[in-house]
Design a binder for this molecule. Structure first.
Ligand code: 0X9
Ligand code: ZN
Length: 408
């Protein structure tokens, strides 16, 4: 059975017709003044231009638009360099690696529980079910909803005292954005460590962990099979445009969007999406004990706290505690030789975003603390973290989880 499943996955990987990013470049642009920032922002609405990161200065551009952008940058005195010459080449390299990994797997007896490949949704779900069977006292797995394409959304609860519901809860969403594979894998790694090495983490297990590792399975599968850089879910908005940005769809300070094809289309109404509904319904089950909400994203090496829906930003009432918790997590990552995360309010460090899960968790869900983690992209790779770096990023992220769990 396993063999047939593996063969099917392999066939899917090979057969699918994919969106090509041939000769798309990623530019890294130095922004030295507010004036420059405003000028650069105008490019956000240009077709074929995709702002990849927070400070708005890593931008993917399609071939037809590159000459125009470079002319603009030179004319306005921007310093820039080309970070990725050909996005498709990095995607091809990733796929070759994955194919090789899966071929070798077919003929080996090694377990699939490793952090040198990206797990597909089904692999993650099979693992959750295996854990539930093997550790019935520690693990409960539940189906919390279905997607537009009828995939299951699964949650795992890791608790040393199932049934009592009195411990503080740490709630984690992973994979809200389809292309942010490093985030999903870091959450899977957390599950693996907490469950399979539970004896090492008695402090962390003083809290209950409620985790949705793949909150957007349709989008995640689409980013594997068809479009590596897909971000939204796969629910059609109209005949031309597919997908809602789930991290704009939460019912707190939601704002409508006019452009249905936009990467950040917030949905036709707050909480319109099945994935958002599944998350908020589960969150409401824990509203009395919800201590910490973590939205796990990539990339940027940022620890962001609410509120992020408005600028100038509205501070959360316990902002100083958010800063302290964030700073200790930052130090924990540094202590194992990881990158120096930046801790800050999301609207200040990043940009404003309405209807995001972190703001919802505090504004409606009753969470005492909430953060969005923008994990490391592994240097120059952005969303396309090489599989060989999964474990390193996951270990760094684990330090954030551990530090925060001990702090709340
Ligand atoms: O834009 C987002 O949804 C997040 N960044 S990402 O690059 N992963 O897409 C940041 C959300 C931060 N939270 C708020 N602004 N509330
Ligand atoms: Zn994201």
């Amino acid at each position: 059975m396993k063999f047939i499943l593996a063969l099917t996955t392999l066939a899917l990987v090979v057969a699918a017709e994919q969106v090509s990013y041939k000769n798309y470049k990623v530019y890294d642009i130095q922004v030295t003044s507010d004036e420059q920032r405003t000028l650069l922002k105008n490019w956000q609405l240009v077709d074929g231009v995709d702002f990849w990161n927070h400070l708005g200065n890593q931008i993917m551009v399609r071939p037809e638009t590159q000459e125009e952008l470079e002319k603009f940058l030179t004319e306005h005195g921007f310093d820039y360099k080309v970070l990725i010459q050909d996005v498709q080449m990095t995607i091809d390299a990733e796929q070759r690696y994955d194919l090789q990994y899966r071929r070798a797997k077919l003929f080996s007896r090694r377990s699939s529980v490793d952090f040198i490949h990206f797990w597909r949704t089904q692999e993650i779900y099979d693992y959750l079910d295996e854990l539930a069977a093997k550790y019935p006292n520690l693990v409960r797995v539940s189906d919390i909803g279905h997607t537009h394409q009828n995939r299951t959304i699964k949650a795992i609860k890791i608790s040393t005292s199932h049934g009592s519901d009195s411990k503080p809860v740490i709630f984690i969403d992973g994979g809200v954005h389809a292309r942010e594979w490093g985030g999903i894998m870091s959450v899977v790694y957390l599950i693996h460590e907490l469950v399979e090495h539970s004896e090492q983490y008695s402090n962390m297990l003083e809290k209950d962990w409620v985790i949705v590792p793949v909150a957007n399975p349709d989008g995640y599968e689409h980013s594997h099979s068809t479009n590596r850089l897909w971000r939204k879910n796969r629910n059609p908005v109209n005949i031309l445009c597919i997908g809602t940005d789930l991290n704009r769809n939460f019912d707190y300070q939601w704002a409508p969007g006019r452009i249905a094809c936009s990467e950040t289309f917030p949905g036709s109404a707050p909480n319109s999406e099945l994935e958002t509904q599944a998350l908020t319904k589960l969150m409401s089950r824990y509203e009395n004990n919800l201590k910490l909400y973590l939205a796990v994203h990539t990339y940027g090496e940022l620890i962001l706290y609410p509120f992020g829906y408005e600028w100038p930003f509205i501070p959360v009432s316990n902002q100083a505690e958010h800063v302290a918790i964030g700073e200790r997590a930052r130090a924990a990552v540094l202590a194992i030789g990881g990158p120096d995360y930046l801790v800050g309010n999301s609207a200040e460090v990043l940009y404003t975003a309405n209807g995001a899960s972190d703001d919802y968790a505090v504004g409606v869900g009753g969470a005492a603390y909430a953060f969005t983690l923008e994990l490391s992209g592994g240097g120059v790779f952005g969303f396309d973290l090489p599989a060989t770096q999964i474990e390193q990023v996951a270990r760094e992220t684990f330090e954030i989880f551990k530090s925060m769990a001990g702090d709340i």
